[in-house]
Ligand binder design. Sequence first.
Ligand SMILES: [Fe+2]
Ligand SMILES: [Fe+2]
Length: 190
Amino acid sequence: MSRLSELGPVIHEEHFRMLVLMCGIENRVAGDEGQRPMDPNDEQDRALLEEVITGLTAMVGHNAYEEAVLFPLLCDAGDDLSDLLCEEHQVIEPLARRVRTLATETLEQGVRGSSGEAFQAAALSLAGNLIPHIQKEEMAVVQRLGALLAPDVDRELALSYERECERLAKAYSTRESKKSDESSTSSSHE
Ligand SMILES: [Fe+2]
Ligand SMILES: [Fe+2]
């Protein structure tokens, strides 16, 4: 039996938080509950929208960490699932950005026009993509970390996880804002 990893529970806990968030959104925007648009004046809806914004902001660092640290481990172990997991990030991230933007707008301006339906559709699509993605990662990555990592590397990664995620999230947002500056500069020259 392989050694238990120290990094594994750290990643697992983060996945668990994301699953709870996704199930919370799904329960609120699907079925009978979904008939009622999100209401920023309702205490529970407000709390859920704030959790969505915080949770999806944290996910940026988590995904970047997986791509920088975990997926290469799979690759080195001769497992090509890392390509698929990376491709799934490319689908999940724009959806997460859309849900986060709509959640922010709902909090600031309330539901306007079709924004309630737009939030509902984007949130359901995000949950539908993110939940199976996390399940795959739990099987393919988290449960195998003990076998994939040397004990000292494992410990070091577990200790530095949060710091690294923050660093990668900052690098990501700097890159994104540069991209949007460039696109607004090029469109202003058109
Ligand atoms: Fe992931
Ligand atoms: Fe993950």
